[in-house]
Design a protein around this ligand. Sequence first.
Ligand code: ZN
Length: 165
Amino acid sequence: MPQADLGSQTSPTCCILCGYKDNVSIQTYKRDYYPPAAFISIVLAPLVGVLVLLLFRVRYELPLPFCTGCWKRFRWAERFEALSLLGFFASLIFGVFLLLAFESLGLLIACPVAAIGVIVWAQIHKSRSGPKIKKIDRKKVVIAGSSYGDIVFSKTTTARIETGF
Ligand SMILES: [Zn+2]
């Protein structure tokens, strides 16, 4: 397994996404892993499910080389994700407002449904703007590096991994 130690590479570092060598610096790419079983709990009981997701979350903080352009694009995708989550809560309030104003239960339900659609869109956009994850589980994450081959971060190598809170 190749050990990820990109910071001390002697050869010029290439951007993990586009492979360019100009304006490349090491950035901390954060990626959360949630065990698939945790998503079942969110369907059964949303509030308990959110707690289960947070408790079993594994947060990887991976030092990866990005060029300025790719990193900016990824940061915007992260902001869009944060906005989409805020938008969900706003949609609940807006839905209640529409219910009171128009006495329409349909509008109350349509708002959060549309907001969930935006969340899904933001998630897809974020994963497309970031490095390609080949495999991720509780113990390791494998990133497809453009010119490096696969980069493996695990609990025993350089990646900092936080579990739960
Ligand atoms: Zn790039």
